[in-house]
Design a protein around this ligand. Structure first.
Ligand code: DON
Length: 558
């Protein structure tokens, strides 16, 4: 096992020293793209106070916890992909939640071994031990220039003074009304007499402001071992959960080596396990690199992308989990030779039926959650961060009167082999629940570099994150600008269910017919994703920050 890990590290290390040297140059400007204008503003405020991209990332994370609490928050976790300009190094900060020590493999099954409906989503047991506060403290201490206290200030002010309710959040409050009503404190903050407030209503979160203030004054220890920790554990247990003070005290972020791959002359720097995204992204690009798209028609091009998705998501279900618990054939899955083998099984004229794993049943589509932001500072430091509480407002439960929503990330485990989770993803032993284990994620914060430029990319969207990042990367490599990348219409295949889902406009009538003729089932889907992208063109030092037009975010270059 140890030897295996050593080999993996050597393999990654070799790649990481061979990434492009062009990024040593400094852009001289800052760019931020996030899902809310006030979060982008919070990041810029911290830059103006002398902070770097990493301080801005802390400020944006905290601000998003306030203004987009349905997507991420102090009760959640996430991944931060960093690029440090001074030594041209890439680092992956894994702040994924962990299963509490009292978690068991079958904790969401009844005595007959059947899945207890929604137990991994809407109960206090659904909450993993949060990583977001540890991540902010880690960034401030090891990479930032400003104290945590300073970078938390914009968020504290937003929580205290309030912000105007905007359409997307109002829609999600409407969708989650029953969930929110279960927590008197959540209902107090986000509902008005148990009803959804009007647009423009000022949402104030005094308890969250106080919690952020305490973390600022006392550091992240307050959250993991201090009074806050005690209060949260008591509240979780009172609500039927299984957290212990030891779970919080032992939580730590893990710095991992990002995965690095190649696609023609582009270098891909992306998320390693416990994200499945980077492995799948590199594999899909490896598969696609074997085709000359200039010689193929548009339908065949899309068919091949779909077949690459199908195979990568199949391997996700088969192999991937927490690297500290399961042995995974990462070198194999990301090896161009493995992709060459996969290409051999792809027919240009026929869809491959996804029939290797048991069929899956339909589950309700969840409203969009999770959030991504991208930052590039004047020195060339970068952050791509995707952070989450999983589904809308996580479990919907709050931890005491801290103003913190408990995540429902336990649903990202495979609660029973072959049974789909909220994103219809299946898994097996590799992603089974175990004490202190990190649940497999699809979050895929990514950097792409070529000799000509650089892309920072990521998005929320559950299982569709990986396919969205793939399409975005291909679009940018095709020469499109940041706004085009985030606006691009999307299509998706995840092996099971064996369906191509697509946004209106993603496929032409001709492409739809052609895919159907090949044997694909197709289903039009309402628009999805909330991508945040920064591009930097080295030749003319042109920098763009673009936020997905499907959301309310803002990209800003300064
Ligand atoms: O880590 C994951 O893959 C999920 N918890 C992400 C959830 C998400 O993107 C929700 N958005 N629709």
């Amino acid at each position: 096992m140890k030897l295996y890990r050593f080999a993996v590290i050597l393999f990654f290390a070799w790649f990481s020293v061979t990434t492009h040297a062009e990024t040593m140059r400094a852009p001289g400007k800052t760019a931020i793209a996030s899902a809310h204008p006030l979060a982008t503003q919070a990041g810029m405020d911290i830059i103006k106070q002398g902070g770097n991209a990493f301080d801005a990332a802390v400020a944006i994370t905290a601000a998003l916890a306030v203004v987009e609490p349905n997507s991420s928050g102090l009760g959640g976790g996430g991944f931060y992909l960093l690029h440090q300009a001074k030594n041209n190094s890439n680092i992956f900060v894994d702040a994924r939640e962990t299963a509490p020590a009292a978690a068991t493999r079958d904790m969401f099954l009844d005595k007959d071994g059947n899945v207890i409906e929604s137990a991994s989503r809407n109960t206090a047991k659904a909450a993993g031990i949060p990583g977001e506060v540890a991540a902010m403290a880690h960034l401030a201490e090891h990479y930032g220039r400003l104290p945590l206290r300073t970078s938390l200030q914009p968020a504290i002010k937003l929580a205290h003074d309030g912000f105007a309710l905007y359409p997307r959040l109002r829609g999600i409050i409407e969708y989650s009304k029953d969930k929110l009503k279960k927590s008197p404190i959540a209902a107090q903050a986000f509902l008005q007499k148990n009803e959804v407030p009007a647009l423009g209503f000022v949402i104030k979160q005094p308890r969250l402001a106080k919690t952020l203030q305490r973390i600022g004054e006392k550091g992240s220890g307050e959250f993991y071992t201090g009074e806050l920790a005690k209060q949260m554990v008591k509240s979780v247990r009172d609500q039927g959960g299984i957290w212990s003070e030891a779970d919080l005290a032992s939580y730590h972020v893990i710095e991992r080596m990002p995965l690095v791959g190649k696609y023609h002359d582009a270098t891909i720097v992306t998320a390693p396990p416990p994200s499945s995204g980077g492995v799948a992204l590199i594999d899909m690009l490896n598969v696609l690199s074997g085709y000359d798209f200039s010689k193929l028609d548009a339908s065949t091009h899309k068919h091949l992308i779909i077949e690459a998705m199908r195979r990568a998501y199949r391997d996700r279900a088969q192999y991937l989990g927490d690297p500290d618990f399961v042995r995974m054939p990462i070198e194999m899955l990301t090896n161009p030779l493995y992709a060459a083998g996969q290409r051999n099984s792809i027919s240009l004229s026929k869809a491959t039926p996804s029939s290797l794993l048991p069929d899956v049943t339909d589950v309700a589509d969840e409203s969009p959650q999770t959030t991504h932001f991208s930052v590039l500072d004047a020195e060339g430091n970068r952050v791509a961060a995707t952070i989450t509480v999983n589904l809308g407002f996580g479990s919907g439960l709050m931890a005491g009167n801290t103003g913190i929503f408990l995540n429902n990330e336990m649903d990202d485990f495979s609660v029973k082999a072959g049974t789909p989770n909220a994103f219809k993803l299946i898994g097996n032993d590799a992603n089974a629940i175990a004490p202190n284990k990190r649940m497999l994620s699809s979050m895929t914060p990514t950097f792409i570099e070529t000799g000509k430029g650089m892309l920072i990319i990521g998005t929320p969207g559950g299982s569709r994150i990986i396919s969205m990042v793939l399409l975005g990367v291909l679009d940018w490599l095709d020469g499109h600008d940041a706004m085009h990348v985030v606006s691009l219409k999307r299509f998706h295949h995840q092996y099971l269910p064996d369906v191509v889902s697509y946004e209106a406009g993603a496929l032409s009538d001709e492409e739809i017919n052609s895919l159907k003729q090949r044997g694909d089932s197709l289903k039009e889907f309402s628009s999805y994703g909330n991508m945040e992208v920064i591009t930097w063109d080295f030749d003319n030092n042109k920098i763009e920050a673009a936020s997905d037009p499907r959301g309310d975010g803002v990209g800003w270059v300064y």
